[in-house]
Design a protein around this ligand. Structure first.
Ligand code: FMN
Length: 350
């Protein structure tokens, strides 16, 4: 792939990513609406006493959500990264950058990622690379933005929906993940990009030494759809009904041998989705497509406003449910729909 082709791909991901959030999404499996919170008429606390921070990766995050990995690597995406970093700075959020693989191959693209650290100087920033990268590239990506952690993304479905010339066809990643986890100077997170994870994957990741798992579930941005739209001419691989939703991935983690902290991503577009994810076992959550769509279609101030609203509502909902802090919220009761009960029944047999 030539230099301009890779930059072009980043721009296409951006515009198709935004476009896909304008459409009615195809729903896969259980959604956040399949989980209902048990009401609490006697919370016995004051809103001022509520603490919505959460601890993960040896760090206390002021808020249990952050801006997830999206972009970098072209002129247009430099501007988006700067805007996202300005929003993260103004709202005191952590932020992940998009895959830095392009900047490792083409050093002149480094600025499109470095802008994030220049803007959000004291922020918690997360580097991003595919799970096939070696430790030299991982150190390079971390140094590039002086990252506090790094995400290694797992994107098999995305690679397979790309044409043969662009996408990978070989997926031996597990040993490499363990090597990177042993050598990385910062905590390593393994993340899916929107197709979710199952018990088998959670179990395989337990002995790799990674610090956290991002379940990256379905019902938000769908990269199989995005790649199919990009490659109009190629023979398409339809994966519209493939994957576990974020809710299902979190439930499957509970039924696995997982002991690692979890991040929930995939289709989170309101503060209620954040709350439900925490109740289902996540310690932290993040959103990509919804924030990007808000930024691009409504502007930077609108994104700040949306995040401020989430931040204002969060302690109110903790109080509503009688939770003084995030760990109390994580143990709050919920009830589930028959869709979830059916899922659990089938998956418990594994
Ligand atoms: C435009 C766009 C580009 C993305 N690029 C990356 C990437 O480079 N690396 C990565 O790990 N995830 C990438 N993602 C996936 C997101 O980090 C996230 O896992 C996924 O979109 C699901 O979250 P969402 O439903 O909130 O969008 C990208 C998402 C979008 C919308």
């Amino acid at each position: 792939m030539t230099e301009s082709q890779q930059s072009h791909r980043k721009d296409e991901h951006l515009s198709l990513g935004v476009h896909s959030w304008r459409q009615q999404p195809q729903i896969i499996g259980a959604t956040f609406d399949d989980v209902r919170w048990v009401p609490n008429a006697l919370p016995e606390l004051t809103v001022q006493d509520v603490n919505t921070s959460t601890v993960m990766l040896n760090h206390r995050f002021s808020w249990p959500f952050y801006i997830e990995a999206m972009t970098g690597g072209s002129q247009k995406t430099t501007q988006i990264n700067q805007q996202l970093a300005e929003v993260a700075l103004e709202t005191d959020l952590a932020m992940a950058v998009g895959s830095q693989s392009i900047a490792i191959k083409e050093p002149d693209k480094r600025e499109s990622f470095k802008i994030v650290r220049k803007t959000h100087q004291d922020g918690f920033l997360i580097a991003n690379l595919g799970a096939n990268h070696n430790i030299i590239n991982v150190r390079n990506a971390i140094d590039m933005i002086d990252a506090n952690a790094i995400e290694l993304h797992l994107n098999v479905a995305q690679e397979l929906t790309m044409s043969e010339h662009e996408g990978d066809r070989s997926f031996y990643w597990l040993d490499n993940i363990a090597t990177i986890a042993a050598k990385s100077p910062v905590p390593v997170i393994v993340k899916e990009v929107g197709f979710g994870m199952s018990q088998a994957t959670f179990n395989l990741l337990q002995d790799t030494g990674v610090a956290a798992i991002n379940v990256g579930g379905a019902n938000g941005t769908n990269f199989a759809k995005i790649e199919n739209r990009r490659n109009q001419d190629k023979l398409k691989l339809n994966l519209d009904n493939y994957g576990f939703s974020t809710v299902e991935s979190l439930l499957d983690a509970k039924m696995s041998q997982n002991t690692l902290p979890l991040i929930a991503t995939g289709g989170i577009q309101k503060i209620q989705d954040v709350i439900t994810s925490l109740m289902l076992g996540a310690t932290l959550t993040s959103s990509a497509g919804y924030f990007l769509h808000t930024l691009v279609s409504k502007g930077q101030d609108a994104l700040v406003h949306t995040i401020n609203e989430w931040q204002q509502n969060l302690p109110l909902i903790y109080a509503l449910l009688g939770a003084k802090n995030t760990s109390e919220l994580q143990s709050r009761e919920f009830i589930t729909s028959t869709t979830i009960d059916n899922f659990i029944q089938q998956r418990q047999k594994k």
